[in-house]
Design a protein around this ligand. Structure first.
Ligand SMILES: Nc1ncnc2c1ncn2[C@@H]1O[C@H](COP(=O)(O)OP(=O)(O)OP(=O)(O)O)[C@@H](O)[C@H]1O
Length: 271
C-alpha cells in the first residue's frame, strides 16, 4: 500500500458561508403507502456571518432542513446552495462542521484524539493536527483535558469537545442540531455565552436548531419560526439586541419583547 503524503501548512481560514434555500421540500414515504411532508416550499437566505436559529414544534422539519443543508439527505424539490456550492460540493470541500444533539464521541480515544480525528482523515501532518486540536480545545475552554477520555467528562464538557471537533477543519459554517438540549439550564446558559464569544471571534455562519425561545433570541441575528404538518417556515424574526450580549442582555426589556414575539408566532403556528 502506498502511503499518501501528509498535508502540511496552515489551511487558510475559509470565508463564512452564505446559504440559499429556494422552494425546498422534502417528502418521506410513510407507513402504509402514505407520506410525510417534512418540509414544504422553504425559502431562506442566510448571509455570511449570520447566526440563525430554527425553532418550532417537534416534527416541523428543523433537523430535516439542517440535514438537507449538510447533504445528509436530498430534497424532493427545490434547490440549496452554500456560497454557490451544492450541498454535496460543500460537504466534499468540508465547508461545514456538524454538531449533533448527542456528542457522539469515541470513548476509546482521548479528548485530543477525538478532535484530531477529522484532521487525521484529511491527512494533515500529525504535529499540526495536534497543535490545531489544542487551539480548538482552548477556544472551547477545555485546556488541561486533552488526555481525558470522553466518559471522564460532564455532558457539557463532552458537547464542548464535539464543538471543538466540528471547528477543527476551520469550516466557514457550523450546523448545530440542538447541541445543548440535554444540559441543565445553568450549563446551557454558560455554553450559550461561550458559543456567542466563539461566533464573534471567528465570524462563522451558524445555523442552530433549538426548542428554547430564550436561547434562540439570545444567540441569533434572526430566528426562523417553523410550523408542523406540513413543515413550513412561517416567520423570520430579526433580533436587534446589541452585541456583545451577556448576562444582562437576558434581563433587558427588548430581550423580553423579542421572546414574547417568538412565543406568539409559535402559538399562531400551533393554532
Ligand atoms: N428518515 C425519515 N423517514 C421518514 N420520516 C421522517 C424521516 N426523518 C424525518 N421524518 C419525519 O419528518 C418530519 C420532520 O422531522 P424532523 O426530524 O425534521 O423534525 P424536527 O422539527 O427536527 O423535530 P424535533 O424537534 O422533534 O427534533 C417528522 O414528521 C418526522 O417523523
Amino acid at each position: 500500500m502506498t502511503a499518501r503524503p501528509a498535508r502540511t501548512g496552515a489551511v487558510p481560514p475559509p470565508a463564512a458561508s452564505g446559504i440559499r434555500v429556494e422552494n425546498v421540500s422534502k417528502v418521506f414515504p410513510g407507513e402504509g403507502g402514505g407520506e410525510t411532508v417534512a418540509l414544504q416550499g422553504a425559502d431562506l437566505d442566510i448571509q455570511p456571518g449570520e447566526f440563525i436559529s430554527l425553532i418550532g414544534p417537534s416534527g416541523c422539519g428543523k433537523t430535516t432542513l439542517l440535514r438537507l443543508i449538510a447533504d445528509l439527505d436530498q430534497p424532493t424539490a427545490g434547490e440549496l446552495r452554500l456560497s454557490g456550492l451544492t450541498p454535496r460540493e460543500a460537504r466534499e470541500a468540508r465547508a461545514y462542521g456538524y454538531v449533533f444533539q448527542a456528542p457522539a464521541l469515541m470513548d476509546w480515544r482521548t479528548v485530543l484524539q477525538n478532535v484530531t480525528l477529522p484532521l487525521d482523515l484529511s491527512r494533515l501532518a500529525p504535529a499540526e493536527a495536534t497543535a490545531r486540536a489544542r487551539t480548538m480545545l482552548n477556544l472551547v475552554g477545555l485546556e488541561g483535558f486533552e488526555g481525558h477520555r470522553p466518559w471522564q467528562l460532564s455532558g457539557g464538557m463532552q458537547q464542548r469537545v464535539s464543538i471543538a471537533r466540528a471547528l477543527a477543519l476551520n469550516p466557514g459554517l457550523l450546523l448545530m442540531d440542538e447541541p445543548f438540549g440535554a444540559l441543565d439550564e445553568i450549563t446551557r446558559e454558560r455554553l450559550n455565552l461561550e458559543l456567542l464569544r466563539l461566533w464573534q471571534e471567528t465570524g462563522k455562519t451558524v445555523v442552530f436548531v433549538t426548542h428554547s425561545i430564550s436561547e434562540a433570541v439570545f444567540l441569533s441575528t434572526r430566528v426562523v419560526v417553523m410550523t408542523a404538518r406540513p413543515g413550513r417556515i412561517s416567520d423570520v424574526i430579526d433580533v436587534d439586541l446589541p452585541h456583545p450580549r451577556g448576562v444582562e442582555t437576558r434581563g433587558s426589556t427588548r430581550f423580553f419583547e423579542l421572546c414574547t414575539a417568538v412565543r406568539e408566532r409559535l402559538r399562531e403556528g400551533h393554532a
